[in-house]
Design a protein around this ligand. Structure first.
Ligand code: BG6
Ligand code: MG
Length: 218
């Protein structure tokens, strides 16, 4: 039987780090004299750190030179890392281990496909690194989601053709990337936000193992 490969986004799918990204960007925006809402933060999900700062500065009507830009990038990441530093297994999103355990037990190839450059330290913090056959993150891709590069590299590394890969994503950009890669997209979040996904679940507590079983072995 030919198996499918499973690719998981990290932030907002496996761990709730989206809230820490939001807090760190909001902190920087407030320092620069403007507010940053959770609604505006939706557009930051799945998007590279650099691109996020560009959007933030556009929102604040601020233009800066490269040196200041890099300083703010660094500052935001330091702030973000102060939250990450305190993370442990309790921050794994509900029922994620149920799905990872099942797939691991069935020896289904699994990859992480994230835009984050902090993916490995986070996976280590929450003790999930060993579940993944490969980790493709922001350090290895040159084109950010919605470009499918991150998922295509992940598929190649686990040796599964793209059309046999299932992608779990909480970001609009990530669903678009999965669809462009010709993969099966599973949105985690609000249905109105993730309209383009083939399947959408509010979170992993809504996902039955039977559904995973069907996806894995069709
Ligand atoms: C994505 C997040 O996973 O990683 C984005 O959804 C974030 O919000 C991006 O900007 C880059 O993360 P990092 O950890 O490299 O700043
Ligand atoms: Mg995400």
């Amino acid at each position: 039987m030919v198996k499918r490969g499973f690719i998981f986004d990290l932030d907002g799918v496996i761990v709730d780090t989206a809230k820490y990204h939001y807090l760190a960007w909001k902190h920087l925006a407030n320092e620069l004299g403007f507010d940053f809402t959770e609604e505006q933060n939706e557009a930051f999900k799945g998007v590279s750190r650099r691109r996020c700062l560009e959007i933030l500065l556009e929102l604040g009507g601020i233009s800066v030179d490269e040196t200041q830009f890099d300083r703010w990038l660094f500052e935001k990441n330091e702030d973000y890392l102060s939250y990450i530093d305190k993370m442990d297994e309790s921050e794994i999103l509900p029922d994620v281990p149920k799905v990872l355990d099942y797939l691991k037990h069935k020896e289904v190839p699994m990859a992480l496909g994230s835009a984050s450059k902090n993916a490995i330290p986070i996976l280590k913090k929450v003790k999930l690194l060993s579940y993944f056959d490969t980790v493709v993150d922001g350090n290895q891709v040159s084109r950010a989601k919605p470009d499918p590069e991150v998922f295509l590299i992940a598929a190649e590394k686990i040796g599964v053709p793209p059309e046999r890969c299932v992608v779990f994503e909480d970001a609009i950009a990530g669903i678009e990337a999965a669809n462009t890669a010709n993969m099966i997209s599973v949105g985690i979040g609000a249905e109105e936000t993730l309209k383009g996904a083939k399947y959408v679940f509010r979170d992993f507590t809504e996902i039955e193992i039977d559904f995973i079983k069907q996806l894995a072995f069709i």
